[in-house]
Design a protein around this ligand. Structure first.
Ligand code: CA
Length: 228
């Protein structure tokens, strides 16, 4: 899952990025409204954390432009503690949730998990896929009811596949959702990550198939039953 943090205060931005990266998310940062706007136009993010008080373009303007382009990406706005007006206008402009500054990073993490799962599988806390279940809140995967150990990268990969079960996922899409700007991840590295995840899912009959030259697809459990 890839998150854009639009925040001009360096200490707040750094704290946010550190804590989100620790949680296994890929995080990019924009320091003003123009940068945020350009990043949102050029890339596909899974979540936006948006400070309302941004230089160049306000967070509110960034949000309005984002929604006017038809984007449904979940947005968490950061507002000044005493500004009820910011919260109300932000939610009216299409924000999904807000946090007033200063906030605890633990609370931010909980809001991020809630918003992230809203974007996936209709917001279900638990996704079932054949023998696999995935708890979107705890970010824990189980195979035949036994927890499987996954690296942060593999969890990210699994989320992308579950979000698009039965559909083709290109290597570019995987890079886009898993990696940050300036992070060099080759197609070969992606192949290695997919290979490791596949090995861990295979014992439960959950298959990630390679679509030669195009990418990968997490096979739908129904499809497998039909062809058997
Ligand atoms: Ca600010």
């Amino acid at each position: 899952m890839r998150i854009l943090v639009a925040e001009d205060e360096p200490t707040v931005a750094e704290g946010l990025m550190r804590s989100l990266r620790q949680a296994g998310y890929a995080v990019d940062c924009a320091k003003d409204g123009d940068e945020a706007d350009a990043a949102l136009e050029a890339n596909e993010f899974d979540l936006l954390i948006l400070d309302i008080g941004l230089p160049k373009k306000s967070g509110l303007e960034v949000l309005k432009r984002l929604r006017s382009r038809g984007s449904k990406v979940p947005v968490l706005i950061l507002t000044a503690r005493d500004s009820l007006n910011d919260r109300v206008t932000g939610l009216d402009a299409g924000a999904d949730d807000y946090l007033a500054k200063p906030f605890e990073l633990a609370e931010l993490a909980a809001r991020v998990r809630a918003l992230a799962r809203r974007g996936m599988a209709g917001g279900l806390a638990l996704i079932s896929h054949g023998a696999l279940t995935y708890d979107q809140i705890g970010r824990v995967a189980r195979l035949n009811d036994r927890p499987i150990e996954l690296s942060a990268r593999e969890v990210g990969l699994l989320e992308v596949f579950l979000h698009r079960a039965g559909r083709l996922v290109s290597k570019d899409q995987l890079v886009n959702h898993l990696c940050e700007w300036g992070e060099e991840v080759s197609g070969n590295a992606i192949e290695v990550y997919v290979h490791r995840l596949r090995k861990k899912l295979e014992p439960g009959g959950v298959r990630i198939v390679t679509v030669r030259g195009l990418g990968y697809s997490l096979e739908k459990p129904e499809t497998k039953a039909a062809s058997a």
